[in-house]
Design a protein. Sequence first.
Length: 573
Amino acid sequence: MSSSVYSRHRAAFAQALASALGVPAADIEPQVKPADPAHGDLSFATFPLAKAQKKAPPAIAAGLAQTLSVPGLEIKAVGPYVNARFALMPFTAEVLDAARSAGLAYGGDADAGRGKTVTVDYSSPNIAKPIAFHHIRTTFLGHCIANIYRALGWRVEGINYLGDWGKQFGLVAVGFQEYGDPARIDDMGHLVEVYVKANTRAEKEPEFDAKARDFFRRMEAGDAEALKVWNQFRETSIRGFKTIYARMGIEFEHIEGESRYQGKMDAVIEQIAKKPGVKESQGALIVDLPYAENEPPILLKKNDGTTLYATRDLAAAEDRYERFHYDKALYVVAQDQALHFRQVFRTLSAMGQPWADRCVHVAFGRIHGMSTRKGLVVQLNDVLDEAKERASVKVKENQEAGRLQSNDPDLLAEQIGLGAIAFGDLKHKRASDYTFDWDEVLSFEGHTGPYLQYAHARVVNVLRKGGGVPASYDASLLTLPEEQALVREIMRLPEVVKDAAEQYEPSLVARLLLDVAAALSRYYTLGNQERDKRILVENDDALRFARLALTDAARVTLAAGLTLLGIPTPENM
Ligand code: ARG
C-alpha cells in the first residue's frame, strides 16, 4: 500500500488549494506540520501569492480557508497561513495497522522508487591519512540517506570512493622505511602515524618531499614495485575501515576509489579538450567554462602531466553512469567542496552529458570541538571506542541504581555509544555546523540517541508486561487527547521519510522520533497520575488492548525510524 493517511490528505489539500487558485496541484506543496502543533498538521503559506493577487497574505489565507473543503480535514486560516488539521479519530485504526503490519519497513514505500536507481557516494575516506570530522558526518548522513532511499524502493548503489591515489602514498612509503615497524604493516593506525610523521618531515625537508613525489610518480607510471607497496598499504587500510563499518552496521555495495580511474584519464581529457573553453595555460590543461563570476577555472591536468581530484571525479561520474544508469547521483561531501562539485557538474553538462543535472552535492556543515582523549586528530574508531567507554560507565551506574537492566552490558554500551554519536550528528540540519559535546550526546535525557533507545526499550517492556499485543482491538476507544497526539506522530513517519529523501535531510526523521518519544512520555505521565489512564489499565480488557496496540505502533515507529538512522535498538535497557 503506497498511500498513507497523511499523504492522501496532503495530496487532497494540495488539490483543493490548487483548484481554488487555478494552478496545477504539483505547484502546491503544503508543509508537513507547522512548528506550532496547535495550528494543525499541514500548512500552506500564502506569501508567494501576495504580489499576483495584490492582497495581503492574511486576507488571501482567510479567503482560501473559507472556500476550501476537504473531507477529514479541519481547515482554518491563521495569519498568512492556511492550516489543516486531521479529524483523526476515523483514521486511527488505519494508522496503527499500517505501522504494525509494516514493522521495520514502516515509513518506507516499496513502490515509490520502483525502477529507479540512486548512487550514494559517502564516507570516502583517504587511505593512510588521518580521518577528519567530515568523514564522520558523511558516514552517518550517507548511511542514513542510503537507508531512506532503499526504504522507498529505490535501487541504491552505495559507493565508498576511497581517496586511494596521490602523493600521500609516497609519504607513507618513504616514511615507512624510517619510522615504520614491518611487523605492524597490517595496522591501519600505524600507517596513519607513519604518514603524520612523514608529512611533518616533508614540510621541513625538501629532499624528503621530493622522494615522496618521486614514489607517486612511479606509481602513476605503473612501476610494479611501487604499486606492490601501495597495494599493501591500501589493503591494510581497507581492512581497518571494514571493521569500523561492521561496527556501524554499514555495508557498501561498492568499495572502490580514485585509483580505479588511472589509465582512464586520457580518454576523459580528450573528450573535454575538444570543447570550447578548454585551453592550455603554462603547460597545464584548464577548462574555462562560462562560470559564475569569481569562480576559478577548473584544472584538469598539471604541467607535470599528473591528473587531479576533479579529473578523476569527471571520469567517475561517467563510469558510474555507464554502470548504473542512475536517476540520481548523490555526493554526500562537506560543504567545503561545494566549488569542486559545481565545477565538476558544470563541466559534465558542458561535455554534453544529458544526465549531468542528476548529480547532486549533498553538502553538510562542520563539527566543532570533537576531540578524544587521544587528542584532536580523530579516527572514527577512536570516537566510537570512547563513546563506548563513556556509555559503559553510565550503564554501570544506572544498573547499580536499579534504573537499568541488561544481560549484556558490554554490547549495550557499544550500542548506546554508537547511538549517541550517530543521533548527535543526524539531529542537526545537515547544512548547519554544530559543536560536539560528549556529555550532551551521551545523556539519557534530552534530544539524544540514548534517550530514544531508552524510550524504545521502555515501550518494549510495557508491551512485555501487558502480555504482548492483542489480535484485535477497538481503536475507537483511544479518545484521550494524549492518545490522539501519539497517533498523530506515528502517522507522520511515512510523510517525513519522503520529505527527508527529497531534501536529503535525515534530521527530519530524527526530529520526528523525538516528537514520538515526547508524546509517549506525556502518555506515560498521564497514567502515573491517574490509574485509569495507565496503558495497562486493570479491569478493562478492551481498553487495555486498544492501548497496547497504540503502544505497539509507537514501538514500531521508534524502531523503524532509529533503524533508518543506523541506530541500534536494544530491547533491554
Ligand atoms: N576522499 C575525499 C575527501 O576525503 C572525499 C571524496 C568524496 N567523493 C567524491 N566523489 N569526490 O575529501
